[in-house]
Each structure stands twice: as C-alpha cells, then as structure tokens.
Design a binder for this molecule. Structure first.
Ligand code: ADP
Ligand code: MG
Length: 348
C-alpha cells in the first residue's frame, strides 16, 4: 500500500512516567499562586488572604463523550472548559487544574498527546496552570477527571442562594445550541454506521457543532460584570439545562421565578436544526444542557445597566416561593418548570 502509516506508539513503549513527561513537559506556569506544579508529591499553592473554590468533573467514554465524532483535542479542551465554567459561576478566577486519566490499551501515545493539545489550549485560553494529576490504566475506554481551583475575595463570591424576590433573571449568550449540535452529530453518526462511505452533512452548522464539541466557559463575563458595576445576587452555570438550573437557584434562595418563552435567546442555527430534526428549540434550551452559559440574578434597580448589553438577556424575574418556578408561554399560559436536566443517575 502506498498510504503512509501514521506514527503510532503503544503507551507501553513509554511507560507511565515517560507518558506523563511527554504530555506535560510543555506546560509552563503562569500564576503567582502556583508555587510548585507538576513533579513533586503534591502541588504547592499560595493564595494569601483569598478564598479558594474547588470543583471536579468526571467524564467517561460512552457516557459523557463518544469518540466516534468527538476529536480528542476538543475533548481535552472541553474537559477544562466545563470545570473553569464552575469556578466562574462562583465569581472566582480560575488558577489551577489537575487532570487524571484512566486509559485503556486502545489509546496510543499520539492519541493522548492530542487530548493534551486541547488541554494545553484551554489552559492558555483561561490562564490556568496544570499542576498535577494521575495516570492509570483502565480495562475499557477513557476516563478523564479534572479538578479546577480558583480564588476570590470572600466578599466577591456569588452563591446560588442569594436571589431576592424582586430580582431580574438573566442569562449570558444563547441556549439550546449544544443540544442541537449533539443531535446533529448523533444523526450523522447513525448514517455513518450504516454507510461509512457517505460524507456527513454538517455544512452551515458550525456554530451549534462548536457549542457541543468545544464549549467555552464564560470567564469573559467576570469583566463584563465588573465593567457594568453589577454584582449578581446569585449565579449558576448552565450545564444541565435552564429549567434545572433555575430550580436550583429558586430552591437555594427560597424564592420562585417567572421566565418568559419569547425572551429566551436562541441562535438561528439552533432554530434551523430544530426544524430539521423536529425538536422544539425551547425544549433544547430548557432541558438540553451543556451550553455553559451563566444564569444569574441581579437587583431590579440594575435593569438599565444590562438592558442593551449584547451578552446579557433578561428572561424574567424572581417571585415569591409560593408561586413556583414558572415558564410563561408565548400565548400567556403559565407552566410549572420541571427539572428534566440530564441526570445519568436518575431513573426515568
Ligand atoms: P505519584 O506517584 O505521587 O502519584 P505520579 O508519578 O503519579 O506521582 O505523577 C508524577 C507527577 O506528574 C505528579 O506531579 C502528578 O501530579 C503529575 N501527573 C501525573 N499524571 C498526570 C496527568 N495525567 N496530567 C498532569 N499531571 C500528571
Ligand atoms: Mg500517581
């Protein structure tokens, strides 16, 4: 065969330490709080008088990602971005991450290097230091666990519990795109399984594909808030869908909420794909998840500050707890929201 074979190196050629060195050696430290990174028994961090936020996410092959259509580089990027998103949702600045892997024998050194290419890019984008992790083998598939550490002045932290009865409900960006992107990828994957010769039809859907494969944490929103002189009273990142996240805020804050269907921002590609796949984009926004936008509440008095901001949409307001968590449909009907967010541990 004339075809040039790609270099593939079994991980056993390098061994655990060789692999760790290979994938981590180009990471440089950029934060003052990182006293010691990779290479000792533990990282050493110094945050002076700040408070520390710590968050972890675990991603398993076949449950959280499908390598049939997820490039490893994107997966690496996403695994960092989703953790940074949780730090940002506390109004904290992300500083360090650790990455732990369980790798089966089907992965080559080059495949893990690709994963780390994405991790590297995300660390650059969000200004975080990779300060450690663990590497082990698994019988089947790939498992990635990322822990992110951030810092904030105690008075700057924003919890889920601070929403007041008259606050406005806001979100950054638009919703439902990641869910539509996932369904598009799943559709094309099914076609591919039946007929591997067919080219996937993904043209014109770059935005929603990006929303699914390479989501961004809204770290930029922290400066938007600072510039607008806004302090959210409560905040959460939208990983499971708007309904579920809004209910978390309501429950933790002891209030209710009313949001309006026609105010929920949807991208054109989200709507177009919804038409094509016969999925209501509103359902994607409410229950789809993985958009990693921020859902937050602000005092009513701050309305003018956000009214015309391109990154912020007011979708409703908080109400008394006795009213519940309601969606006001375009026709005016009020529907109690249920948390149908993605919960892998819950029986239907
Ligand atoms: P230990 O035996 O103390 O667990 P390891 O030999 O597992 O240490 O790891 C050596 C160093 O490399 C440590 O600093 C550890 O945090 C780091 N490390 C191990 N695996 C990874 C990984 N997948 N990504 C980043 N750093 C890693
Ligand atoms: Mg170890």
């Amino acid at each position: 065969m004339a075809e040039t074979k790609r270099n593939v190196t079994p991980i056993s050629d390098l061994g655990e330490f060789g692999l760790i060195d290979r994938i981590t050696n180009k990471f440089k430290l950029r934060n003052k709080s990182t006293v010691r990174g990779i290479g000792d028994d533990a990282a050493v961090l110094d945050f002076k008088d700040k408070q520390i936020v710590v968050t972890t996410d675990l991603l398993t092959e076949g449950i959280h990602f499908n390598l049939m259509y997820t490039p490893l580089k994107h997966l690496g990027y996403k695994s960092i971005a989703v953790n940074v998103s949780d730090v940002v949702a506390m109004f904290a600045t992300p500083r360090q991450v650790t990455v732990s892997l369980a790798i089966s024998s089907k992965f080559t050194v080059e495949a893990i290097e690709e994963l780390y290419e994405g991790i590297y890019l995300a660390c650059e984008e969000y200004g975080v230091d990779l300060v450690g992790g663990d590497t082990t083998t698994s019988l089947t598939g790939l498992t990635i666990s990322v822990t992110a550490i951030g810092e904030a002045k105690p008075e700057d932290l924003v919890y889920r519990s601070g929403a007041k009865k008259t606050d406005l409900v806001c979100i950054s960006g638009d919703l439902g795109g990641a869910y539509m992107g996932l369904h598009l990828l799943e559709r094309e994957n099914e076609v591919f399984k039946v007929n591997p010769g067919v080219q996937p039809m993904l043209d014109g859907y770059d935005y929603i594909l990006g929303r699914q494969l390479k989501p961004e944490a809204r770290l930029d929103m922290l400066s938007v808030f600072n510039d607008l002189k806004i302090r959210p009273t409560s905040m959460i990142d939208i990983s499971d869908g708007l309904s579920s996240e809004l209910k978390h805020i309501c429950k933790n804050s002891g209030v209710g909420a009313k949001i309006y269907e026609e105010k929920i921002p949807l991208d054109n590609q989200t709507k177009k794909m919804g038409n094509e796949l016969n999925i209501n984009p509103l359902v994607a926004a409410l229950n789809g998840g993985e958009d990693y936008e921020l859902l937050f509440t602000i005092p009513l008095a701050d309305h003018d500050k956000v009214r015309n901001h391109p990154d912020i949409t007011v979708i409703g307001h908080m109400v008394d707890a006795s009213e519940g968590t309601l969606l006001v449909a375009s026709g005016g009907t009020e529907i109690e929201l249920t948390a149908q967010g993605w919960d892998p541990l819950k029986n239907d």
